[in-house]
Structures are given as structure tokens and as C-alpha cells.
Design a binder for this molecule. Structure first.
Ligand SMILES: Nc1nc2c(ncn2[C@@H]2O[C@H](COP(=O)(O)OP(=O)(O)OP(=O)(O)O)[C@@H](O)[C@H]2O)c(=O)[nH]1
Length: 376
């Protein structure tokens, strides 16, 4: 698990791109500077992180994808160039994150809107809720309107961030106020069809992982299939809740259709930490040094007659389930259903690979550009 500061390159005169990557299992990124949409051969969706200075953009990226502890972010230096990060640690979770400096100026002639927004899947705008957010709302409006004109397919995600410092009432009020002001301004300017999603986030709890899970899920074309498979598995196995996790980032890439409550999600995240930590200390590591392998399985009984059950789905994904202890009496059935579920996921993955390969071949022969928004 290592990442490498790969290279720095010029993003047109005046804008630099720091490009590094972390490929959790396949060793350091060996790619070349990938500066524009056209050189994005695998068509990975791109997520842009934007917002005012010190709003918390780099902290979010470091905590979610680089295992940085929240306290360490206090020492992060201000970003003064676009930092590009390649996330390719899972069969389904593959994208690039571009972290922008807070002072980015859209009116600067060096800022190539077409190129930056054109190949973007989601734009995450971070607002510091502990600060006066009027300036941030102006910047949000400017960013969204600019981006939408270039690419109406972008998903706009607003993180009302640093809410750890706010009381519950204050959080709700901030969300209501920001939601209303942002939408009113867009309506006034005639951007009625722009859809903004809002999330209350903090790096000091699981809210940031939950919010990023939802951002990433929207970029996975196979999501309805995965959810369907989870629903079938859950209803036939007496399971209350199941999450399909990307083990390294602890982002859940799908869950069944019952509502997600934060406590269940936190429990499942904690279980992954426990399993990975114990495996690292006492388990045997494979050739890649990964302690999480095809035999990874864990069962934790809680003192409220609830069971947490974790099974490895593939190298990158784990299924974590919550169920009542009495339902676990039929473990054989659950295990059988799980094997069927795992085979189905494998098939989805294979179909995805085939379609991706076919699309690559077609595009190569036709000399066309690959649509960066498409995974399939
Ligand atoms: N309380 C609290 N502080 C946070 C949170 N997220 C980030 N911070 C702090 O906010 C400060 C700024 O964070 P950065 O990640 O450097 O902000 P940035 O948006 O990348 O800043 P620029 O690079 O200047 O654009 C740091 O001191 C972080 O520790 C959060 O969720 N809660």
C-alpha cells in the first residue's frame, strides 16, 4: 500500500497538475501524465473537488482514500495546483479525483473549462459550515453554472463540511439555509434543471465515508444490478442489512433497499477495521502483501443478540451483513446463498469487462474518443 508522487506537469501556463496515485494492490501507478480527457484511455469517471480555501477538500481526499488520520490533516499545506489522484483499487470503484486549489479562477484564460468539466462525472463542492458561507455560496453558484454549461450530465454534490463543530439544530438549520439559497440563486438565473445533492459531513466521523459512498455509487452503472442481487440475497437469508464494501476505502458501493442508518454503517466499517487489523497481525499475507484474501470470513456476536457477518467477495470487495442471532441458526443456507451471490457478482464483473473491452476496440478502430463518464 504505497503511493508515489509521480510527476508534476503544466496545465496550460499558470496551472500546474501534481499527479500521484495510489493503486492499493497493484503497486505504484506507472502511467504517464494524464492531463486531458483524450488521454483517459480506460474512460474512468472523474470527480472534481472544489470549494473555497481551507474548506477541507484535501483533508477529505486524504482521510477517505489515503488512510490519513483526521488529526494529521491539521498539518496539510494549502493546495496551490490541481492534484490528480487515481483510485483503482477495486473492480467497480475506479475513478480519478482532482483536488483543486481554493483560489481557482474560472475567468483566468488558462482555466480550460471545456477540458476540465467536459470529462467530469461528479463535482463535489465543499462548504465550510463553521465559517460564514456567503462567499462559498457565490462560488458554488459560479462553479455550477460554468460547469453545467459545458457538461449538463455532471452530478453536483455539495458537502456541508466540518459539521463536527455544530449542534444538531445548527446542522439542520445550516443545511436548510444553504439548500434554499443555492437553489434560489440557480432558479433566478434560469438553471431550474440543475440538481444539487446536499450532505452533512465531517472527517471526524463516518459521515464523510457515507457521503462519498453515495457520490461514487452514482458513477457505477451496474448499481441497480448490484442492489437487486443484494435484495435477493438478504430476503432469502433472513438478513436485516447488507453492505457491499470496498475494503480499502470503506466506501460501500451498494446496499439492499432497506434504509441505511448511520449506526449500522459505522458498525460494519468498524468490523472491516477489526478484521483487517487482526489479519495483518496474525494472518498470513499473500504474495501482494494483502491480508484480505479469498478465505477472509469473520463473525462477531454482539451482546444484543445481533450478529455481524463478513465474507470476502473478491480481492477488493467484502459483504458485511447484520442479522439476528436466531436467524444465524441456518448458517448453511446463508453460506449457500452467499456463494450464489458471489458468483453473480463475478458474472456482472465479467460482463462489464467484456463490454469495456469491446468498447475500447470499437473506439480504437473508429478512432473515436471514449466517453469518460462511462464505465461500461
Ligand atoms: N473541524 C474540522 N476540521 C476540518 C475538517 N476537514 C478539514 N478540516 C480542517 O480544515 C483545514 C483545512 O483543510 P484542507 O484540507 O487543507 O483544506 P483545502 O480545502 O484543501 O484548502 P486549500 O488547499 O487551501 O484549498 C485543516 O486544518 C483541516 O484539519 C472537518 O471535517 N472538521
Amino acid at each position: 500500500m504505497s503511493y508515489e508522487q509521480e510527476e508534476e506537469d503544466h496545465y496550460g501556463p499558470g496551472y500546474e497538475v501534481g499527479s500521484y496515485t495510489k493503486d492499493y494492490n497493484d503497486g505504484p501507478y506507472d502511467g504517464e501524465s494524464d492531463l486531458n480527457v483524450n488521454s483517459n484511455p480506460e474512460g474512468k469517471p472523474r470527480i472534481l473537488l472544489m470549494g473555497l480555501r481551507r474548506s477541507g477538500k484535501s483533508s477529505i481526499q486524504k482521510v477517505v482514500f489515503h488512510k490519513m488520520s483526521p488529526n494529521e490533516t491539521l498539518f496539510l499545506e494549502s493546495t496551490n495546483k490541481i492534484v490528480k489522484d487515481e483510485i483503482s483499487n477495486s473492480s467497480f470503484v475506479q475513478f480519478q479525483i482532482w483536488d483543486f486549489p481554493g483560489q481557482v479562477d474560472f475567468f483566468d484564460s488558462n482555466f480550460d473549462c471545456e477540458m476540465i468539466f467536459g470529462g467530469c462525472g461528479a463535482l463535489v463542492f465543499v462548504i465550510d459550515a463553521q465559517d460564514d458561507y456567503i462567499d462559498a455560496l457565490m462560488k458554488l453558484n459560479l462553479t455550477v453554472t460554468r460547469a453545467y454549461k459545458v457538461n449538463p450530465n455532471i452530478r453536483f454534490e455539495v458537502f456541508i463540511h466540518k459539521v463536527d463543530g455544530l449542534s444538531d439544530d445548527h446542522k439542520i438549520e445550516a443545511q436548510r439555509d444553504i439548500h434554499q439559497r443555492a437553489n434560489d440563486e440557480l432558479m433566478e438565473e434560469g438553471f431550474d434543471s440543475v440538481n444539487l445533492s446536499f450532505y452533512l459531513t465531517s472527517i471526524y466521523d463516518h459521515s464523510i465515508f457515507e457521503a462519498f459512498s453515495k457520490v461514487v455509487q452514482k458513477l457505477i452503472p451496474q448499481l441497480p444490478t448490484l442492489e437487486n442481487l443484494l435484495n435477493i440475497f438478504v430476503s432469502n437469508s433472513g438478513i436485516e442489512k447488507a453492505f457491499l464494501f470496498d475494503v480499502v476505502s470503506k466506501i460501500y458501493i451498494a446496499t439492499d433497499s432497506s434504509p441505511v442508518d448511520m449506526q449500522s454503517y459505522e458498525l460494519c466499517c468498524d468490523m472491516i477495521d477489526v478484521v483487517v487489523d487482526i489479519s495483518c497481525i496474525y494472518g498470513t499475507k499473500d504474495a501482494d502483501g494483502a491480508a484480505f484474501d479469498h478465505q477472509s470470513l469473520s463473525l462477531i456476536k454482539l451482546n444484543n443478540s445481533t450478529i455481524l457477518y463478513l465474507r470476502e467477495v473478491n480481492r477488493f470487495l467484502a459483504l458485511v451483513c447484520i442479522l439476528r442471532e436466531d436467524h444465524f441458526a441456518r448458517q448453511g443456507l446463508i453460506d449457500y446463498n452467499f456463494v450464489c451471490f458471489r458468483n453473480a457478482i463475478q458474472e456482472v464483473f465479467e460482463v462489464r469487462m467484456q463490454v469495456q473491452q469491446a468498447s475500447n476496440n470499437t473506439n480504437q478502430s473508429a478512432g473515436e474518443l471514449i466517453q469518460p463518464l462511462k464505465l461500461l
